[in-house]
Design a protein around this ligand. Structure first.
Ligand SMILES: Cc1cc2nc3c(=O)[nH]c(=O)nc-3n(C[C@H](O)[C@H](O)[C@H](O)COP(=O)(O)OP(=O)(O)OC[C@H]3O[C@@H](n4cnc5c(N)ncnc54)[C@H](O)[C@@H]3O)c2cc1C
Ligand SMILES: *[C@@H]1O[C@H](CO)[C@@H](O)[C@H](O)[C@H]1NC(C)=O
Ligand SMILES: *[C@@H]1O[C@H](CO)[C@@H](O)[C@H](O)[C@H]1NC(C)=O
Ligand SMILES: *[C@@H]1O[C@H](CO)[C@@H](O)[C@H](O)[C@H]1NC(C)=O
Ligand SMILES: *[C@@H]1O[C@H](CO)[C@@H](O)[C@H](O)[C@H]1NC(C)=O
Ligand SMILES: *[C@@H]1O[C@H](CO)[C@@H](O)[C@H](O)[C@H]1NC(C)=O
Ligand SMILES: *[C@@H]1O[C@H](CO)[C@@H](O)[C@H](O)[C@H]1NC(C)=O
Ligand SMILES: *[C@@H]1O[C@H](CO)[C@@H](O)[C@H](O)[C@H]1NC(C)=O
Ligand SMILES: *[C@@H]1O[C@H](CO)[C@@H](O)[C@H](O)[C@H]1NC(C)=O
Ligand SMILES: *[C@@H]1O[C@H](CO)[C@@H](O)[C@H](O)[C@H]1NC(C)=O
Length: 579
């Protein structure tokens, strides 16, 4: 080694200087000076922002600001949270939970008497309003070796839009919407046209749905209270599912063109004709990894009437719920053939679902659940109570969405999740019973059940996008997780995490090699919970994704938890692995 050093002293030295091992964080000596930030300020259109944790206005306890009431009122409102740069949807990601047991947080529950701290919330950032704002922000972050957090709505379930002592690029105000019934992708032949919508990367689903509804169209997007999930950020890049994905595919199957600023500060158009390798990677390779998206173009579809079946039954005896759940699992291949999609929640004492049929009728919808409803009725003698069994027909997709999903939102909770894409083969006649039984038991009798795959999702060539190929062979995405209250101690949190890790291992044993949805997972640097994260989140596409990552972001400016290339980083993804 000594000899090598003396042979090549200069290049080694230069390498050390140009690519330091660790990021420059707020508080470090290398952090940009006031004059550096003034120079950035002169290149951007809006004042630099200083994000703060959501509950900050309720502190200090001796003199909270008048805004504290506003915060308490809107705490669970995802749309409101998206409008605040320091707000993360799962509030635990505003907190910094250190492995040494210390917690830096800002609780809305002021009764706890814990002082408000910055936690994981980035300390400064750019409120981007234009492509050139994004370019200035990216170049500044790259030249100062900063840890970057790209934040859209902050809905990420693993806190990837926050990072302690980092620099934020906030896309919320990139909210242009343009409709074009004869959209031609850049570089495409003139006859390749789409009925399309182009949205800035800060647009949320509710606004995109309303925009196309005015033209009698619909599009595939996230389905949640208030429609507050971002339509052109993490949702899309992670895959993007909808109750109507079985009809028209996932988000990645509906996107036509993506515009972004790369790590080099270049503004590029990625589509099937230009930068098609990057376009492939952006469709499933995960948010916060490839550059900063500034706008996205989706194809739209003609709208259709929707028939929905609402069901909720309860029983104090878990065995009874398990019988009903098993029958529910059994009918999924038939529901898939009939074009249903939707959402269910199974707990030890209830089974609740909302399943929808495009172009359906009440009679056809009921017929698909004949055997299931029959079993539910017969389980009455064993204590099953049917709280809800209704159908509803809506004139259009947007009427369906607006009628059902403008309810009281439930965002702003503390949650860590695990997810598995349930392979279609496990729903087969000779498999489903054992599968349903084991899954329900090991996931602790609390499963969020997203019936968002199969159908059109499974008809797409698995290699046509960078998305985990497991999506194409699965029918349902199952999610389960843990919650704790503000003020929980580190050891209480660790106990929850240990339970989650153990259940993940048990669920994996039921379906060895099954994939997971990148957007609805729990990860840790070092992957305590996913022993093989590359395979689980990206499957056989990982190596190609990594090649594309190295081409467009060779210095790893954009790194997020469990994302492509993240295994090369340690210490909360702030330092390059040195071994
Ligand atoms: C209430 C709720 C409902 C949900 N419903 C659904 C659903 O129906 N279907 C579904 O598939 N998922 C759903 N999800 C999961 C959702 O897909 C993820 O939370 C996703 O990460 C949200 O993306 P975002 O851009 O809104 O959020 P953010 O947290 O702001 O961003 C998520 C990730 O994408 C990156 N990112 C954001 N914007 C950009 C950009 N412009 N350029 C580059 N990277 C960017 C961020 O850095 C981060 O890594 C839901 C989540 C919540 C909280
Ligand atoms: C209260 O909120 C408003 C709107 O977000 C903001 O302009 C104002 O500065 C806040 N006031 C305080 C005291 O934080
Ligand atoms: C949520 O917040 C948004 C933005 O502030 C507001 O428009 C909406 O009315 C709120 N929704 C509810 C249910 O309070
Ligand atoms: C724990 O870690 C945090 C940050 O990583 C540090 O600020 C704190 O001093 C540490 N506390 C102890 C008790 O070591
Ligand atoms: C707030 O914290 C106090 C003290 O631990 C607890 O008694 C109370 O139930 C909490 N309130 C809420 C709304 O969680
Ligand atoms: C948004 O639209 C306006 C008007 O068409 C245009 O001037 C502006 O450049 C657009 N902004 C972005 C970020 O595309
Ligand atoms: C299902 O019904 C029970 C009993 O009415 C209720 O407590 C529960 O909240 C319902 N579940 C859902 C998800 O609506
Ligand atoms: C629960 O139901 C099962 C049959 O479904 C029955 O065998 C069992 O005895 C019941 N348990 C209780 C506690 O009632
Ligand atoms: C719904 O039915 C209409 C009329 O038959 C048909 O044109 C349309 O393609 C159908 N849409 C879907 C999504 O099935
Ligand atoms: C469908 O079932 C619901 C109850 O589940 C019932 O109210 C409705 O009348 C049924 N509709 C048809 C057309 O069968």
């Amino acid at each position: 080694m000594q000899r090598l050093l003396s042979l090549f002293p200069f290049p080694l030295l230069a390498l050390n200087q140009s690519t330091p091992l660790c990021r420059c964080l707020y508080g470090d000596a290398c952090w940009p000076t006031t004059s550096d930030f003034s120079s950035l300020q002169s290149q951007i259109s809006r004042p630099l922002i200083y994000p703060i944790p959501t509950a900050s206005a309720c502190y200090p306890l001796s003199s909270p600001s008048e805004n504290c009431t506003d915060i308490q009122t809107n705490w669970h409102n995802g749309t409101w949270r998206a409008g605040h740069p320091g707000s993360m949807d799962s509030t635990n990601y505003e907190s910094f939970i250190s492995r040494n047991g210390s917690i830096s947080a800002c609780y809305v529950n002021t009764t706890l008497g814990v002082p408000c701290e910055q936690g994981n919330v980035p300390v400064i950032g750019v409120d981007a309003r234009s492509v050139s704002d994004v370019q200035a922000a990216v170049k500044f972050a790259a030249s100062h070796n900063l840890r970057v957090a790209i934040k859209n709505t902050g809905h990420d379930f693993t806190g990837r839009s926050a990072a302690r002592n980092s620099f934020m690029i906030w896309t919320h105000h990139l909210n242009n919407i343009t409709l074009n019934p004869t959209f031609v992708p850049e570089g495409a032949p003139a006859m390749e046209t789409y009925d399309a919508i182009t949205i800035g990367s800060g647009v949320i689903w509710n606004d995109a749905y309303n925009a196309v509804a005015a033209q009698g169209r619909m599009l595939i997007g996230g389905i949640s209270a208030g429609g507050s999930v971002g339509a052109a950020g993490g949702w899309l890049q992670g895959g993007g599912h909808s109750a109507f994905s079985p009809l028209h595919g996932l988000g990645v199957d509906n996107v036509i063109e993506i515009k972004l600023v790369t790590a080099a500060g270049e503004y590029l158009t990625a589509n099937a004709h230009q930068h098609s390798d990057l376009f492939w990677a952006l469709r499933g390779g995960g948010g916060g990894t490839w550059g900063v998206l500034t706008s996205v173009t989706y194809q739209t579809h003609p709208t259709f009437p929707v028939t929905t079946v609402f069901f909720n039954a309860t029983a104090t005896n878990t065995t009874v719920i398990k019988k009903l759940f098993t029958e529910f699992v059994r009918i999924h291949p038939a529901l898939s053939t009939a074009s249903f999609g939707g959402y269910a929640i199974a707990t030890s004492t209830s089974l609740n679902f909302l399943y929808s049929l495009p172009n359906g009728t009440d009679a056809r919808a009921n017929a698909s659940f004949d055997s299931f409803f029959g079993l539910a009725r017969s389980l009455a003698v064993e204590g099953l109570e049917i709280a809800t069994q209704e159908t509803g027909t809506y004139d259009s997709f947007n009427q369906w969405f607006q009628s059902i999903f403008q309810t009281i939102p439930t965002d702003g909770g503390i949650v860590e999740l695990a997810s598995r894409l349930l392979p279609t083969v496990l729903f087969a006649e000779d498999e489903y019973e054992a599968f349903a039984d084991k899954l329900f038991t090991v996931a602790g009798y609390q499963i969020i059940w997203n019936f968002v795959a199969g159908g059109a999702v499974s008809k797409v060539d698995p290699d046509s996008t960078g998305l985990n190929p497991a999506w194409r062979e699965s029918l349902v995405e199952a999610i389960w997780g843990v919650r704790w209250n503000e003020g929980a101690t580190y050891s209480e949190i660790e106990r929850m995490r240990a339970w989650l890790a153990a259940t993940m291992e048990q669920v994996s044993a039921i379906m060895p090699g099954a994939g997971s949805y990148f957007n609805e997972v729990r990860h840790e640097t070092g992957s305590l919970f996913e022993p093989t994260p590359k395979e689980t989140y990206f499957g056989s596409h990982y190596d190609r994704l990594k090649e594309i990552k190295d081409e467009y972001d060779p210095n790893g400016l954009f790194i997020v938890g469990a994302g492509v290339g993240s295994d090369e980083w340690v210490d909360d993804l702030n330092c390059r692995r040195s071994d």
